[in-house]
Design a protein around this ligand. Structure first.
Ligand SMILES: *[C@@H]1O[C@H](CO)[C@@H](O)[C@H](O)[C@H]1NC(C)=O
Ligand SMILES: *[C@@H]1O[C@H](CO)[C@@H](O)[C@H](O)[C@H]1NC(C)=O
Ligand SMILES: *[C@@H]1O[C@H](CO)[C@@H](O)[C@H](O)[C@H]1NC(C)=O
Ligand SMILES: *[C@@H]1O[C@H](CO)[C@@H](O)[C@H](O)[C@H]1NC(C)=O
Length: 355
């Protein structure tokens, strides 16, 4: 345990201290209209495109089987939220932060992805950097002038918070009476993080509202993927309500302070509505009303096993659906590429406020 902690500390220091050359083109912005060129990403597995450690399931088959055809560190059979948002913005999906010294440096012009699967605003079960530590890494790059002020002011930040803090809360504590105060502390920390990202020069931020947690396969498995958990969905409701309220307050505070330019620069990507709409759409498209829309494509063969689990002699302890391209969920927690494709189509109108 102590050893692990030292390792993590070591990694964090290492992560934040390696020098990178400036990636900005020196004549940036001259003459040409300057569309958004960069995406900086913070958060968890809904946004991670390869930072997660190699022992993670996302680096094992059948993850990545649709795209790129092998595991890529994405928690899906293919593309995830970050990829679809980058595509909508007309840029390449930003490189994972952990690859920054190994890739062609010109790729860093598209921004960087600091998200790690399993993390939250607070420490969770995952040992990877929480959102504060992710922003610390970003800050140290900014302080090294890897990106210019102009680069940053024309960038967008994507912040994903999909509920690992609540999973950790349930596992560690589970005391329902303390839940409302915990939700408030999550939102306060999240809003603090958003202010920090803006303070570092990124003026445009898209932050996710929680998806319906109670409808994740992890929680619907007990009803054979039929019924959502109303208690987990009420966490989503409370979280999203408080998020909207805090962001309204933030905007009000800022308009009092006269910084009206920032008023439209913070948008919520409403994953709750998008998941509900996408599930509804896919269910009706499939034309087979008997199909269970909440059932994931990749499931453990027995209780205790999960997608990607392989036993002795390479025996697969999981079962795959025949058509991942029509599924919504890939595994117990994450949408499939198809799921993300449809979900992101419902986010375009919010995102367009940032353009
Ligand atoms: C890096 O990528 C750019 C653009 O794709 C290319 O022009 C350049 O030659 C590459 N540099 C190296 C060292 O591979
Ligand atoms: C985030 O992680 C760092 C390093 O492990 C820790 O010191 C800090 O307390 C954590 N921050 C929050 C808000 O949990
Ligand atoms: C699922 O919901 C239906 C309709 O609300 C209800 O009749 C049924 O008992 C529920 N099943 C389980 C396993 O909770
Ligand atoms: C808005 O301003 C009030 C008064 O200064 C402060 O207490 C509050 O935390 C601010 N809210 C946000 C979301 O920044």
């Amino acid at each position: 345990m102590e050893k692990e902690r030292n390792l993590l500390l070591f990694c964090l220091i290492l992560c934040c201290s390696s020098l990178l050359p400036r990636v900005s083109s020196s004549g940036g912005g001259l003459g040409k209209a300057s569309p958004l060129k960069r995406l900086f990403v913070f958060g968890d597995s809904y946004a991670d495109t390869g930072n997660t450690e190699k022992s993670s399931g996302a680096w094992h088959p059948p993850y990545g089987s649709t795209f790129p055809g092998e595991p890529s560190g994405r928690f899906s059979d293919g593309l995830v939220l970050t990829d679809y948002i980058a595509s909508f913005l007309g840029i390449k999906s930003p490189q994972p932060y952990t690859w920054r010294n190994d890739v062609n440096k010109t790729l860093l012009q598209h921004g960087m992805n600091f998200a790690y699967g399993g993390t939250g605003v607070f420490d969770t079960m995952a040992r990877e950097p929480n959102m504060t530590a992710q922003i610390d890494c970003f800050q140290s790059l900014v302080e090294q002038n890897v990106y210019t002020e102009h680069d940053l002011s024309s960038s967008i930040a994507l912040v994903s918070l999909a509920g690992n803090d609540y999973a950790a809360f349930a596992m560690k504590n589970g005391n329902r009476e303390e839940l409302p105060a915990f939700i408030t502390s999550v939102i306060d920390q999240l809003v603090h993080n958003l202010k920090r990202i803006r303070g570092l020069g990124v003026r445009k931020i898209a932050v996710t509202a929680l998806q319906p947690l109670g409808c994740l396969p992890q929680l619907t498995a007990v009803s054979s993927f039929k019924n959502c958990s109303s208690s987990w969905n009420s966490i989503t409701r409370l979280h999203n309500h408080q998020l909207h309220r805090s962001l309204q307050e933030l905007k009000k505070n800022e308009s009092i302070m006269g910084s009206s330019s920032s008023l439209s620069s913070l948008v919520v990507l409403d994953l709750h509505s998008a998941f509900v709409s996408a599930l509804h759409m896919l269910q009706h498209q499939s034309g087979k009303s008997s199909e269970k829309p909440l059932k994931p494509c990749c499931v453990g063969a027995k209780e205790g096993y999960s997608c990607g689990n392989v036993g002795d002699k390479g025996v697969k302890n999981y079962v795959l659906c025949d058509h991942p391209e029509t599924s919504f969920f890939w595994d117990n927690i994450h949408p499939s590429q198809n799921g993300w494709r449809v979900v992101s189509s419902f986010l375009h109108s919010s995102l367009s406020h940032l353009l």
